[in-house]
Design a binder for this molecule. Structure first.
Ligand SMILES: [Zn+2]
Length: 243
């Protein structure tokens, strides 16, 4: 009797394994690929830097998240409606998703509208995404792509749309914990918060958001200037007139 059970089990395992093997995609024979080299367009990249500056350390921003990773077809849909719903969410990507650092729960979606969003097909896509997110009760904030952003303005929009709570007082030691990159930039000058309503420029060389710094030494000591937030990878600076 036991032997029979073992034989049946072995047969079942063999069938399952054969099924798994059959489902494996074929080799990429004759297919070749090229790297796209960059993950984000310059506009997306600079806005990611702006979002990171506008949000405090309680939040983390993810980019290019599949809509299907955020929502799933609601229970009770017919089989054909479910398939349609899955097809429509699986190919679409959201520009940015803001999550809580603590548990990576979703706070909301940020979409950056550049010229491509004005196209008719893109407008239809945006409408579908908005409806899908609304029915899943996920909040969306849309921003227009610009050459520069006022961090304060972006922060105010995010607080309003996502109803973000005011930052609770955090011990300063925890907030200034140096990451390997930060400790390197610290040798240059600590970033200075941009004034409210001040437009933060975008790096002319690499399109990352710029941060304000003060020169510590040299002929410009004491002067404020814009430095690329990708420093030390990018050393672009922009002078601030009249200081
Ligand atoms: Zn740069």
């Amino acid at each position: 009797m036991n032997l029979l059970i073992i034989i049946v089990l072995i047969l079942v395992i063999a069938v399952v394994l054969a099924g798994l093997k059959a489902k494996q995609p074929s080799k990429a024979e004759g297919l070749s690929f090229e790297s796209r080299d960059i993950l984000f367009t310059p506009a997306e990249r600079s806005f990611l830097g702006v979002l990171e500056q506008a949000l405090d350390s309680r939040y983390r921003v993810f980019g290019k998240v599949r809509l299907g990773d955020l929502v799933k077809p609601a229970k009770g849909l017919s089989k054909s409606k479910r398939t349609t719903a899955l097809n429509r969410i699986n190919q679409k990507h959201l520009d940015f998703v803001i999550c809580s650092v603590a548990d990576l729960s979703v706070i909301g979606v940020v979409e950056l509208d550049d010229q491509s969003h004005a196209r008719e097909d893109r407008a239809g896509r945006d409408e579908f995404v908005d409806q899908a997110l609304a029915s899943a009760k996920i909040l969306v904030a849309r921003f227009s792509a610009k050459k520069g952003y006022a961090i304060q303005e972006v922060r105010a929009r995010l607080v309003e749309v996502f109803k973000l709570a005011a930052e609770s007082p955090v011990p300063t030691a925890a907030k200034t914990e140096p990451s390997p990159v930060q400790s390197e930039t610290k040798a240059v000058a600590a970033p200075i918060s941009a004034k409210p309503e001040e437009a933060v420029p975008v790096c002319p060389k690499c399109a990352a958001a710029m941060v304000k710094r003060q020169a510590k030494t040299g002929p410009h000591a004491g002067k404020l200037f814009w430095a690329c937030s990708s420093y030390p990878k990018c050393r672009q600076v922009v002078a601030i007139e009249g200081n």
